[in-house]
Design a protein around this ligand. Structure first.
Ligand code: HEC
Length: 144
């Protein structure tokens, strides 16, 4: 728990609109975070195939629409049991949930869903600021 978040105090946000101004990080700084800490495993590609970030890879899910969207809803064959449980519960990647996941992927999913098993994502972001900024960056990639 390197960000010192109180996981037990997390609010479980169910599906509801998440707006652009719900992201408090700096999307420009977040682009650098994505390029250095995330794109080995992730990319962002619209439904019509436009690549907005990274290189298409089978290691991690396409993150298009993930910020503000329901967890585990990309077309990705290897989602872990706990993220599938989050999907079933309708867990939304709002800023608080995404930052907590980027602090400790397995820790967050275990706490939020109670499901056993490890997340397929081995590590999160290096700092809370990185997490906030990359969340804002992902939210900015709407393809519009
Ligand atoms: C070593 C590979 C790897 C790295 C590096 C990595 N991820 Fe992931 N990520 C994954 C995998 C695999 C999953 C699927 C998790 C699961 O199944 O539990 C995932 C899941 C996610 C999800 C949830 C996607 C969904 O469909 O709900 C988000 C958001 C995410 N990662 C963001 C990031 C960000 C931001 C970074 C950089 C700070 C990052 N990841 C770094 C492999 C990685």
């Amino acid at each position: 728990m390197k960000f010192r978040l109180a996981l037990s105090a997390l609010v479980f946000a169910l599906a509801g609109p998440v707006h652009a101004d719900d992201w408090t990080g700096d999307a420009d700084l977040g682009a650098t975070v994505f390029n250095t800490q995330c794109q080995t495993c992730h990319y962002v590609q619209t439904e019509d195939g436009t690549l907005l970030a990274g290189r298409v890879s089978p290691i991690g899910p396409n993150l298009f629409g993930s910020a503000g969207g329901v967890a585990g809803s990309s077309d990705f064959a290897r989602y872990s049991t706990p993220i599938q449980a989050a999907n079933t519960a309708g867990l939304v990647w709002d800023e608080a949930n995404l930052v907590a996941f980027l602090d400790s992927p397995t820790g967050f999913l275990t706490e939020a869903t109670g499901a056993a098993g490890r997340s397929g994502m081995p590590m999160g972001a290096r700092t809370e600021a990185d997490a906030l900024n990359v969340a804002a960056y992902l939210a900015s990639l709407t393809g519009e």
